[in-house]
Design a protein around this ligand. Sequence first.
Ligand code: SAM
Length: 641
Amino acid sequence: MAEQKNPDPQKQRMREHIATLQTMRDNLRQRDRDHQAAFDRLTDSLAAERPLSAKGKPSFDGISLVIAYYNIPQQIERTLESCSPAYQGCAADEIEVILVDNGSTQPLPDDLMERFPHVRQILRIEDKPSPVFALNAGIQAARHEMVAVMIDGAHMLSPGVVKHVRDLQPMFPNPVINVPQYILGMVSQNLHTSPDVFAEETANLTRMDWPEDGYALFDYAVYPGENFARSYVGAIESNCLITTRKVLDEFGGFDERYDEPGGGFANLELFSRLIHAPQNTYITLAGEGSFHQNHDGTTTQRSPEERDQLVAGYKVRHRAVTGSDRVFNSRSPVLYGKARHLSQQVPTISQEFKDASSRILRQLANIYVARARAGMTDNYKPVLSVGGSPDERLARTPLPPLGLLPEAAARNKVEKQELSYLRCLKQVHKAVRPKLYFEIGVDTGASLALAECPAVGVDPAFVITNQQTTPCRLFREKSDDFFANTDRCKNVLGQGIDLAFLDGMHLAEFILRDFIKTERWMAKGGVILIDDVLPDQMEMLERDRRFNAWCGDVYKIVPILRRYRPDLEVSVFETFIGAYRKGLLVVSGIDPSNNTLETQYDQIAAEIADGTFDVGSITELETVINPRPIKDLTAAAGRRG
Ligand SMILES: C[S@@+](CC[C@H](N)C(=O)[O-])C[C@H]1O[C@@H](n2cnc3c(N)ncnc32)[C@H](O)[C@@H]1O
C-alpha cells in the first residue's frame, strides 16, 4: 500500500521508458505492414493484366496434393487446414488430398476424412523406411492434372498457392512450380528450447489470427538455412513441388533407389531432375510459402555431428544414383506473384553470430592500432580472424569449479601457481633436458611451446596460437594413424624420444594404446608424462564429455601400469589447469623392449569395458592414484636409467 502511495520515481521512469519503446516498436511494425500493403496494391494492379494462355492448354480443373505422413498427428491437422478449399479460396472439388502414411507408428486419426472432406484417400505402405514408395503410389492415384508433392507433411501452406497454380497452368506447357520453404517460428528449429514447441506455435498462430489471416505466417517464419546469401531463388529443394501429370509421366516420380529412412536426397534429386529439364518451365511462387512446423522434441534433435554423419550417408547413396554427390540448382526461376519482404528473415543465430564476429574484429583491430600508436613493436600480432578456431570447448557447459587449488597448495606446501600444469611440465623439461620431445594432443601448442629441443607433435585438429621457438614437426593425424606408418615413425622418432607428453583422446583404451606405441620409440631412460589422471569431480571423469573441464577415464592408466608393469616407476602429482585439478602422471624406468602391455591389450581393454578400474567417488580415486607431494616431481622425472 505504501508503495502505491509513494511510487519509486526511478521505477516509474523506467516503466514510462519501456512504454515509449513499446509504442515505437508497434509503430514500426505498423509502418512495415503499411509498406507491404502498398506494395501488394501495386503488384495486384500490375498482375491484373493476365498474360496469354499457352495454345491448346486445358484450363485448370483442380489440384491433387500428395502429402507424406509420418508420426505427426498434431501437425497434420494444421497442414490439412492450410490445404482446404476454404483456406485456398477455391471450389470444394478443385482440391483433393492424398495422404500417404509411410508405416507411421502414430496412426492418423480415424475421423480425419470426415473432418477434412478434401482428404480423398489415405494410402498406408508398410515395411518401407523411405517415403518415396508411398509418395509414388499417391502420385499414381492423383486424379487432377496438376499434382503437388509434399514429402514432409509438417509443412503448412500460405493461402494463395492453388490460386497461383490456376493462373499458371494455362500459361506454360510444362510448369514446374516451387513453393519456397520456410521454418515456422522466430529461431532456427534446432535451437528451440521450449518443452512444448507445438503449444507455443499454436499460441502464436492464434495470436496472429491464423488461419483467418493466412499470410500472417510470413510474420512468424525464418529461412530454413543459416546462410544469408541463400534465398528461394537458389533453392535446391521444395516441400511443395507442383507440376503436371504429363511432366510426371514423362520424367517419372521419386527415384526408388533412395530407399533409406526418410528418403535421403530423393526430394532434392526430383527437384533437380524436373527444374533442369530444358522443356520444363521452372517457376517460383515468390509470395507463397510452405512453413515447416516443428515436430521433433528438443531431446530428439540431432547434434551437428550426427547431422553431418547422416548427410554423408545420403551423399554416398546420391552418388550411387546420380554419379555425383553434389546437389545444385543452376537454373533461374520465373518469379511469379508478390515478393514479400517480410519473409526475408534469417534465423537469429546468424544475426547474432554476425554481430558478435564484427564486434570481435573491431575490438581486435582497435587493440592492434592502439599498440602500434603506443610504439609497442614486439612481435605480438592479434589474430584478425574469428572463423579459424575449432575450439568447441567454448560451447561446452561450464562445470562449476570446486575451488580445491588453495587446499591443494597448502597440502603440498607450495604457492598456488606452482601447481599449474604448465609450470610443472616446465620443471620436468628442466629435469629431463630432452634432445627429442614428443607430444600427442597439441591443440594450441601451449605445452608444446615448453620444448627447448626439436619436437614432434600429433593432433588431428591442432590450431597453433602459441609461438614455437624450436624446430617442430606437426602431424595432423590421430595418434593411431600416426603410429601405423612405421617407416615414417622410424624417420622422425628413430633417434629415440627423451620426453613424451600424452594428452590426446581422453579415454582409457586410447591412452593405453598411446602409451604402448610411444614406449616403443623411447630412448633409454626416457620419461613419459600423461595428463588428466586426477580430476577433482566425478563429472570430469565421465567417458562422454559434457562439460568444459574433461579428463575422461584416463586415470585408469595408473592402476593398469601398476598392475601390468610393476617394473615401471609410476608417480602422480596434483596439478591444476585454472581452478580445476587434473593431475599429472610421470612414468620413468621406460623399457622399449617390454611388450607385456601389447600382448595383454585385449584383456586390459576388456577390463576397462567391464568396469574393473571404475571408481565410485573422488575419495576412492585419490586412494587408487595416491598422489605424491609436488616437491618430489623433479626427482620422479629426473630418474634416467
Ligand atoms: C587437451 S588438448 C591438448 C592440450 C595441449 N597438450 C596443451 O596442454 O596445451 C587435447 C587435444 O587432443 C587432440 N586429440 C583428440 N583425439 C586425438 C587422437 N586420437 N590423437 C591425437 N590427438 C587427439 C584434440 O584435437 C585436442 O587438440
